[in-house]
Design a protein around this ligand. Structure first.
Ligand code: BG6
Ligand code: MG
Length: 225
């Protein structure tokens, strides 16, 4: 008996935003660094690596490392970080779409497959509009769509439902370990973008979307499955 399992054909792709379609990861980092510096909290780029794909509140908890603050202070810090972030993303233009992303989205849809956004960010809608990517997406799931953030599977399951596809027919494209974990917990297929140390648990790993075509994505999944 063959060990090969019949795979469901791929019907759509769900893209993470920060670090996959655009590099807002840098803006998040600078906003957290500014807040941490003002609050005298130790923080640097290395610490920021652990925040990739992590929700706003959970990110602050990681920065606080068990330090206890009154609730109002926590809320105020979250709001301040977000205001720094919003200030920064005003500068985003369509030129900030990462190389290859726009072409790939268009190619996927031209092939009759579906595309969705699956981002933990509550600001994803604004970023999408600034990038001019909304017309290339069939559905948008963001930090406002579900209660439990990644690594819970809820966001990707929500996106799959919006696309009207079973989870196993969807491929999640993610740059964060928490995102890969979330997709796998929901039974979705996975492609990691970035270094294997970070996204090596994905079924296939690519350094970026630059020059990547639909056929390459499907091949990569076929050969690692
Ligand atoms: C994710 C980012 O996409 O969104 C995280 O990778 C960020 O860094 C999270 O914390 C939440 O974003 P926002 O915009 O709601 O604070
Ligand atoms: Mg990301």
């Amino acid at each position: 008996m063959s060990l090969e399992r019949e795979r469901m054909p791929v019907g759509g792709f769900i893209f993470d935003l920060d670090g996959v379609l655009t590099d807002t990861a840098e803006f998040h980092y600078r906003a957290w660094q500014r807040l941490a510096d003002e609050e005298g909290l130790p923080f640097d780029r290395a610490a920021n690596e652990h925040l990739r794909g992590v929700s706003r509140r959970a990110s602050l908890e990681l920065i606080l490392k068990g330090r206890v603050y009154p609730n109002e202070k926590i809320e105020a810090m979250l709001a301040r970080k977000n205001s720094y972030y919003l200030e920064a993303i005003r500068a985003i233009t369509p030129a900030d779409v990462l190389p290859g992303a726009r072409e790939l989205l268009a190619e996927i849809r031209a092939a009759g497959l579906k595309t969705a956004l699956g981002s933990a960010s509550r600001n994803a809608g604004e970023v999408l509009d600034r990038l001019g990517l909304r017309p290339l997406l069939d559905a948008v799931a963001d930090g406002n769509s579900v209660e439990r953030p990644k690594p819970a599977p809820d966001l990707f399951l929500f996106a799959a439902r919006l696309l009207d596809l079973p989870p196993a027919a969807c491929v999640v494209v993610e740059d964060a370990a928490a995102g890969i974990e979330a997709a796998q917990a929901g039974g979705l297929r996975t492609i990691g973008i970035g270094p294997p140390e970070r996204v090596g648990r994905a079924e296939a790993v690519l350094p970026s979307l630059e020059g990547v075509h639909l056929a390459a994505l499907l091949n990569a999944l076929e050969h690692r499955a």
